[in-house]
Design a protein around this ligand. Structure first.
Ligand SMILES: Nc1ncnc2c1ncn2[C@@H]1O[C@H](COP(=O)(O)OP(=O)(O)O)[C@@H](O)[C@H]1O
Ligand SMILES: [Mg+2]
Ligand SMILES: [Zn+2]
Length: 381
């Protein structure tokens, strides 16, 4: 049996153009290579799992490549590139400051910097989680960072930019990495699924993408987990919600249908079913708010691009939004929002949510009464 390699490793981008959702960074880095205008110290900031280490390694590989492509990418075939791809290049040193943060660790590194590369043009030092260095270690590092030898390049990476002291910040060229958009993560998962010849339901991938909260690595880990679970069969929406313990969006459609029917009974029974499945009330209210938000953006063709759901689900949202008036949706958002804010403080949280649902169920009536009253007063006037 082939050894299983997790997708996050198997699909680590090997050149700038395959990095997802960080074009502002990859373009700037390529331009710097093109114009021979490379800084000697970089600071890569951003949330975890968005490509900081990946880009640092690609940069190190590209500037040492013996045969760069016309587009300033690494060739991935020369000796230097191969050494990088096999993780045995002598021109890149990675230090994880989370576990090696003492003065001695930094002194070792500074010591190495004195020796020029034996092959290739640059030695690249990647210091991950650099905010974890002790202040003594920082100080030991400052001088090297200020006057590095020509062949040395430092790439510092951090998830916590605010913890980096100004003396370091001012010596680095700073790149802020983005959270990756749900759409881009979804596309990337689709690409990997097709490479791996895994069948999937579009909704399953979209759900993973949205649950990943911008971190591509997290999305890939969830993807692997569910693929393993479904044992080579189709990756389905149902497997995904079960594995990630997410409430099926079908429930939100059902709740809103019941609300529009003004049926308190139906609404509370659906809520009961949800609680029995082990979901918590607060998550339900948050999910319901998001659902109303999605219905709201369907109301206006200009806003519909803000609807972040899969193509196949889109129609369902549009159809339900046609059933509900804008004033119903806006008031519902208000009620949900109030319920979310006060959830924690409530002594009986179940009743707290039920009360909100009852108010929601009486909304259509309240709105039409208000409209009637308005017409009435117009007539009288
Ligand atoms: N922008 C991205 N494009 C493509 N893959 C990515 C991206 N960001 C993360 N990944 C995937 O996640 C893995 C870990 O990314 P990494 O660069 O180590 O994240 P970070 O250093 O920001 O925490 C990579 O091997 C890759 O598979
Ligand atoms: Mg990293
Ligand atoms: Zn090369």
């Amino acid at each position: 049996m082939e050894n299983f390699v997790v997708s996050a490793r198997k699909y680590r981008p090997s050149d700038f153009k395959s990095v997802v959702g960080q074009q502002h960074i990859t373009t700037t880095l390529k331009n710097a290579i093109k114009n021979n205008h490379l800084a000697q110290a970089f600071l890569f900031c951003g949330p975890r799992g968005v490509g900081k280490t990946t880009c640092a390694r690609i940069l190190a590989k590209t500037i040492n490549c013996q045969n760069q492509t016309a587009d300033y990418e690494a060739c991935n075939t020369c000796d230097s590139c191969l050494a990088f791809n096999n993780n045995n290049s002598f021109n890149v040193h990675e230090l994880d400051a989370a576990s090696n943060n003492s003065v001695d660790d930094i002194r070792n590194l500074v010591e190495q910097v004195r020796y020029p590369p034996q092959q290739g043009q640059y030695k690249v030092y990647i210091i991950d989680e650099v905010h974890m260095l002790s202040s003594n270690a920082f100080n030991a590092f400052l001088k090297t960072l200020e006057e590095p030898p020509k062949y040395a390049i430092f790439i510092l990476a951090t998830t916590e930019k605010h913890k980096i002291i100004p003396t370091i910040l001012s010596r680095c060229q700073i790149f802020d990495f983005n959270r990756i958009q749900i759409k881009d993560i979804g596309e990337h998962l689709k690409y990997i699924a097709s490479e791996e010849k895994i069948e999937f339901e579009e909704e399953a991938l979209r759900l993973i993408a949205s649950k990943a909260d911008g971190a591509l690595r997290d999305a890939l880990s969830m993807f692997d987990l569910i693929v393993t679970y479904s044992a080579g069969n189709k990756l389905t929406y149902l497997d995904t919600i079960n594995n990630l313990h997410i409430l099926d969006y079908d429930y939100y459609f059902k709740v809103v249908d019941a609300l529009l029917e003004e049926s308190i009974a139906k609404t509370l029974l659906i809520f009961d079913e949800i609680l029995k499945k082990g979901f918590d009330g607060q998550n339900f209210v948050t999910g319901l708010s998001e659902h109303f938000r999605d219905l709201m953006v369907c109301k206006d063709p200009q806003m519909i691009s803000l609807l972040e759901v899969s193509e196949s689900a889109k129609e369902r949202y549009v159809a339900q939004s046609k059933q509900a008036s804008l004033s119903f949706i806006l008031s519902a958002l208000n009620i949900c929002n109030y319920s979310e804010i006060h959830y924690k403080a409530s002594k009986n949280q179940r009743l707290h949510v039920e009360l909100a649902l009852m108010k929601l169920a009486k909304l259509p009536q309240a709105i039409s009464l208000a409209a009637l009253a308005q017409e009435d007063s117009k007539k009288k006037a």
